[in-house]
Design a protein around this ligand. Structure first.
Ligand code: MG
Length: 383
């Protein structure tokens, strides 16, 4: 019998590639469900091609357009609870969690409760709610397999190793388009500048996060929860070529890395087929063409977001929810031309410093912290 997958967030950058991967694994996998926020036309195209039995769209007013564009009659879920309903009602072996931001949180938590394997691309889920999700996964027997390329690298390297033998990990960072810019020049960065990523082709929010290095800050927090590490065990190393996807240093001094071309299809497929590997259409590294691999420490003065990542990994509690939400709100304001590029980290740091911290939050506390941080950033754009 074929294994069944659901993709939450199928019209995003990772979602598209997850569909490609599933297309290549058709002998073993079938697509059971697709879920999106609002892109009805793209969802209809995907659904007509892959014919999953169930579809979900969170924006209720998009549902009739979607149904009109479908060439068959799947089970439909629409409205704010649609993603959750889909996860609840469709038995499957793996849920690819690829919704950007908070929108995928409830459905991913439910999939964990149901003991499903989660191919986790939505790092915000762990940043916001890692303290709830990881113990829940342990109780429910749900496997959380990272799709984020750095975390997939670490996951691949530590497979079969003892956790106590891991001394530290190095998350690689491309450094983004402003890696070599002076502090002064960084004051005038435009939205167009920030959307030009040198090596990875990703969605706009994560591309801005990569430019501020906030993406790496979120990944520090993500790694803290995924691999149960202390913040001081997590280091960031700038690697502009994006070929070494991350490294692990073991207690005997061995440093083991995973390398490959920057192509999300590899980590997505690994999350589905783990612990096995299958041929993947991603481009191969040509070792004879790699003349040099650069690695150097990050500049936390020009990229203060990195400090925030370690701070939040150390504090835990509601800090992750505030980091994520304040950054999201600030990126939105930057994209609208309301605040400057450097204000993104400033506003996020300010919100973190001022929030009413809770050490052991409930889901409601986390959602409240998220709402507060967004309001706080919007309120204080003139601060
Ligand atoms: Mg990443």
């Amino acid at each position: 019998m074929k294994k069944r997958a659901i993709i939450l967030g199928s019209t995003g950058s990772v979602g598209h590639r997850a569909l490609e991967v599933l297309g290549g694994l058709q002998d073993e996998w079938e697509l059971a469900g697709l879920a999106v926020g609002s892109r009805d036309r793209q969802l209809a195209e995907q659904a007509n091609r892959f014919r999953p039995g169930s579809l979900a769209i969170a924006r209720a007013d998009s549902a009739s357009d979607l149904e009109a564009a479908l060439a068959y009659s799947p089970t439909m879920h629409h409205g704010p609870g649609a993603l959750l309903e889909l996860v609840d009602s469709v038995p499957c072996d793996c849920v690819v969690s690829a919704v950007v931001g908070l929108g995928g949180l409830a459905a991913t938590l439910r999939a964990v409760e149901l003991g499903r394997r989660i191919a986790l691309a939505n790092k915000e889920v762990l940043v916001i709610a890692g303290s709830l999700l990881m113990p829940l996964a342990e109780r429910a027997g749900a496997e959380i397999i990272p799709v984020d390329s750095e975390h997939s690298a670490i996951f691949q390297v530590i497979h079969g190793e003892r956790a106590v033998d891991v001394e530290r990990i190095y998350l690689t960072a491309s450094g983004g388009p402003f890696r070599t810019w002076s502090e002064e020049a960084m004051g005038d960065i435009t939205v167009e500048d920030a959307l030009r990523h040198p090596t990875w082709d990703m969605g706009p929010k994560i591309t801005v996060d990569s430019a501020t290095m906030m993406n790496k800050a979120l990944e520090i927090v993500e790694a803290r929860w995924l691999f149960d590490l202390r913040p001081e065990q997590i280091e960031v190393v700038v690697h502009p070529e994006s070929i070494i996807h991350s490294l692990v240093e073991f207690c005997d001094g061995s440093l083991i890395a995973q390398l490959g071309t920057p192509d999300m299809r590899t980590p997505i497929q690994y999350a589905l087929t783990f612990p096995q590997r299958r041929p993947c259409p991603s481009d191969r590294l040509n070792l004879s063409e790699i003349r040099r691999l650069n690695l150097h420490p990050p500049d936390t003065r020009r990229f203060p977001a990195l400090r925030l990542g370690h701070e939040v990994a150390r504090r835990g509690g509601t800090a992750g929810a505030v980091l994520n939400a304040a950054n999201e709100a600030a990126v939105e304001l930057f994209s609208q031309g309301v605040i400057s590029f450097l204000d993104i980290a400033r506003q996020t740091e300010r919100a973190l410093a001022q929030h009413d911290f809770k050490k052991s939050p409930t889901l409601e506390d986390l959602l409240a912290a998220d709402r507060w941080a967004r309001q706080e950033v919007a309120r204080c754009t003139a601060c």
